[in-house]
Design a protein around this ligand. Structure first.
Ligand code: AMP
Length: 149
């Protein structure tokens, strides 16, 4: 089995999250493409960003074909709409057979649906919630017990 050294990564949505991931991956040697339906969103990419940028509606199949989703190793759906992210992730998985598909999902109740489709999810809601809870516990321990551990 030959192992590819560089991945082809498609990021759908170039807002606060997508641009953060794209900017972080830039310079990593991986091939990165970012899609956003708003041209202005692409301005969030840093001057150092060396990947491709596409203005287009990722809900349109031809846009997914245009970015050669069939060649992708990784697809990350980061729009602000859970339903759209699920749809894109499903198409990536089932139609284009992308091996690694991930999606942002705000609604914790929807995570199970994604899991049933073998789509990895990050839920910013529970993620932030858990960090806040952890911080409260740490604060309580420091305050009441006098120890941060
Ligand atoms: P943010 O919530 O700041 O991470 O931004 C989400 C991004 O997803 C925004 O820049 C939106 O323009 C983008 N977005 C939403 N719907 C679509 C779509 N159908 N196709 C491409 N990008 C989209």
């Amino acid at each position: 089995m030959s192992l590819k050294k560089n991945l082809y990564i498609i990021i759908v949505g170039c807002g606060r999250l997508g641009s953060y991931i794209a900017n972080s991956l830039s310079g990593s040697g991986h091939g990165v493409v970012v899609i956003d339906k708003e041209e202005s969103a692409l301005n969030l990419l840093s001057a150092e960003y060396s990947g491709f940028r596409i203005t287009g509606d990722a809900a349109e199949f031809n846009v997914l074909q245009q970015v050669k989703m069939d060649k992708a190793d990784v697809v990350i759906a980061t729009t602000q709409e859970d339903n759209l992210n699920l749809m894109i992730a499903q198409i990536a998985k089932s139609f284009f057979h992308v091996p690694k598909v991930m999606a942002r999902v705000f609604d914790p109740k929807r995570e199970k649906i994604y899991r049933d489709f073998d789509i990895a999810t990050i839920c910013p809601t529970t993620f932030a919630g858990d960090l806040f809870l952890e911080s409260i516990i740490l604060y309580f321990k420091t305050k009441v017990e006098g120890s941060p551990s």
